[in-house]
Design a protein around this ligand. Structure first.
Ligand code: PGA
Length: 271
């Protein structure tokens, strides 16, 4: 049985005291929720402090990225052991902003600079394997660019990303991970994917997973939608049978709006 899930991706927002205030607001609002999984993914600098605040509530901690080595000379990287030591249970892997696939590149982003966010299908696979090997649940992000959608390539792009991400994983490992379908053109743009279309593409992901690891396996895999999810559109999305929840950026930065999403997920899909 799939539990509904709301994961807040705070991205590069919140210093430690802002993170503390935001986490407190979420704990006060939905810290006792039982029929939905709530995950907060603060920046690495605030993981430890947020863990202290959510301890004793039902809220879980997630990171935004990880490296596949446990330690060593990898300046600036964060290892799975470090995430575990902060109390993380989840980690976002392959977000489009890390794949260097910004939908609307910032003015100061040249092609060269975009490569700094260098995740590829191969590194996403490595990171997913590393997370699973350390009992961290990867939230694996996939999604097409606007140009790819307009060229009719959405299903093929998403399928390829999914199959690359789960390459070499056992059935059990695939069942334990979380996918987030995040059309790149809908991230941070205010432009949401229509709910039935989000449902359809997540269906494509389930079919791809079943095709690779065995019929029926994907029915157990939690699949989120991400891209401008907010209180105004959450109901329509959560009513879709394939959509188990959301990976939420902008709307997760205000406790009140994130808490509304959590309550909607619980009301509509919590059993
Ligand atoms: P958004 O971001 O909700 O601000 O569109 C979602 C995400 O990037 O995970």
């Amino acid at each position: 049985m799939r539990m509904p899930m709301m994961a807040g991706n705070w991205k590069m927002n919140c210093d430690v005291s802002e993170a503390e205030a935001l986490a407190r607001g979420v704990v006060e609002g939905v810290g006792a929720i039982e029929k939905a999984v709530v995950v907060l993914c603060p920046p690495a600098t605030a993981l430890d402090r947020v863990q202290g605040l959510i301890a004793g509530s039902s809220i879980k901690l997630g990171a935004q990225n990880l490296f596949w080595k446990e330690s060593g000379a990898y300046t600036g990287e964060v290892s799975p052991l470090m995430l575990l030591s902060c109390g993380c249970q989840y980690v976002i892997v392959g977000h489009s902003e890390r794949r260097g696939r910004f939908g609307v590149p910032e003015d100061d982003m040249t092609d060269d600079l975009l490569k700094v966010f260098g995740d590829t299908d191969a590194s996403v696979n490595r990171k997913a394997k590393t997370a699973l090997a350390h009992d961290l649940t990867p939230i694996v992000c996939v999604g097409e660019l606007l140009a790819e959608r307009e060229a009719g390539l959405t299903d093929a792009i998403v399928r390829d990303q999914v199959l690359a991400a789960i390459e070499g994983l056992s059935v059990q490992q695939v069942q334990s991970l979380v996918f987030a379908y995040e059309p790149v053109w809908a991230i941070g743009t205010g432009r949401t994917c229509e709910a039935p279309e989000a449902n359809r593409v997540i269906g494509v992901i389930r079919t791809a997973v079943d095709g690779r690891v065995g019929t029926g396996v994907a029915a157990d895999v939690t699949m989120l939608y991400g891209g401008s999810m907010k209180p105004e559109n959450v109901e329509g999305l959560m009513q879709q049978p394939e959509v188990d929840g959301g990976l939420v950026g902008g709307a997760s930065l205000v406790a009140e709006s994130f808490n509304k999403l959590v309550r909607a997920a619980e009301e509509i899909r919590g059993r």
